[in-house]
Design a protein. Structure first.
Length: 235
């Protein structure tokens, strides 16, 4: 069962607000939506979206990283790692379908939950908001198609480099040293994204470390040479 704690997060105080879907709302529309939303903290390991369940609303990540995955044959397949500003669950809600994936907190995560009725009402009264939703859905489909095509044509070494670059973008710069990015994920989870065995992933990370592309501190992976990783990934 997910452990959660309520918090109070105003959209105006969210660092991701200006680049989010909600930014297109007028003051009255935003106030109406905010009056109905709730914000919670989920601890690391908590699952707050369950594959196969019916969506009751959408989640907006305020802080922290979230693992999006689906159950496979004996193990989970990680689809992506989501971060602040991303909206989760809207496609299943609009399709009136069950969630095709689950969402688990990779660290302490702060999320805002907008109930289905409020989300659909906002979609109906704001044309700019509905247009943004449509563009976002199309963009996500385009990116997913491109990633699947590219990954299918790459070797495991290339896929590993591409995955590190993707996580580099998601995690952002957390170090005072410019260019240093800390990816704090289990080796099993990174291997799941790559689509390889954990042992193979560990061996490739050791190779990348030997080539001065990355460093490691415990389970953290520290990206050191983005441009060379791009070359390895064939990008």
């Amino acid at each position: 069962m997910s452990e959660k704690k309520s918090i109070d997060v105003a959209c105006a105080n969210c660092a991701s607000f200006r680049s989010s879907l909600w930014e297109s709302l007028g003051s009255a529309e935003l106030a109406r939506m905010e009056s109905q939303k709730s914000c919670q903290i989920f601890r690391k390991g908590n699952v707050f979206i369950h594959e196969g369940s019916r969506p009751q609303g959408v989640y907006c990540i305020h802080a922290g990283k979230v693992k999006i995955y689906r159950h496979g044959d004996g193990r989970d397949q990680i689809i992506k790692v989501a971060g602040p500003g991303e909206i989760l669950g809207y496609k299943a809600l609009l399709a009136e379908d069950v969630y095709p994936v689950s969402a688990e907190a990779l660290e302490e995560v702060h999320v805002c939950f907008v109930p289905k009725s409020s989300f659909l009402e906002t979609l109906f009264i704001s044309s700019s908001f509905s247009q943004k939703i449509l563009r976002m859905a199309c963009k996500e489909l385009e990116v997913m198609t491109e990633n699947i095509t590219h990954m299918a044509q790459k070797s495991v070494r290339e896929r590993t480099a591409a995955t590190l670059l993707l996580l580099h973008q998601t995690y952002g710069t957390d170090s005072a040293e410019e260019g240093s990015v800390y990816i704090n994920m289990r080796r099993e989870d990174i291997a799941s994204i790559v689509g390889t065995a954990t042992e193979t992933l560990i061996r490739l990370l050791a190779d990348f470390k030997q080539e001065n592309l990355i460093e490691t501190e415990g389970r953290k992976v520290i990206v050191r040479d983005v441009q060379q990783l791009k070359k390895v990934a064939g990008l």
